[in-house]
Design a protein around this ligand. Structure first.
Ligand SMILES: [Zn+2]
Length: 113
């Protein structure tokens, strides 16, 4: 389950921020998860609870925004929405689509104290 190691890296980033910005607790954290990133939101939430124990994120509320997948189709020169990384163009079936959005996960914001 790679969500586990993703959560560990999120906690690593948060702890780094904590020492730079001098906060000691994260009340909530909002993640953006791209639909094409192969990260499952529910697996992420599950892993987060386990990994956050005894860290500055212990008890933090996890919010997840799903970002739709978008790409550029060179076949019909249109920006199209795609649901899977290896999908072709929904309009003209051209493949491959150049992915422009939704293939990553990032921390959008954190509420700290
Ligand atoms: Zn197309």
């Amino acid at each position: 389950m790679h969500e586990m190691s993703l959560c560990e890296s999120i906690i690593g980033i948060a702890e780094e921020q904590a020492s730079v910005q001098h906060f000691s607790k994260v009340k909530s954290i909002r993640l953006e998860i791209g639909k094409l990133s192969c990260v499952q939101a529910d697996a992420m939430a599950f892993a987060f609870d386990a990994v956050a124990k005894n860290t500055i994120l212990d008890g933090a509320r996890l919010e997840i925004d799903e970002v739709p997948g978008k790409g550029w189709c060179a076949g019909c020169s249109t920006e199209v929405e795609i649901n899977q990384r290896y999908d072709g163009c929904p309009l003209c079936e051209y493949y491959p689509i150049e992915i422009r959005q939704g293939d990553a996960m990032r921390i959008k914001d954190m509420e700290v104290e």
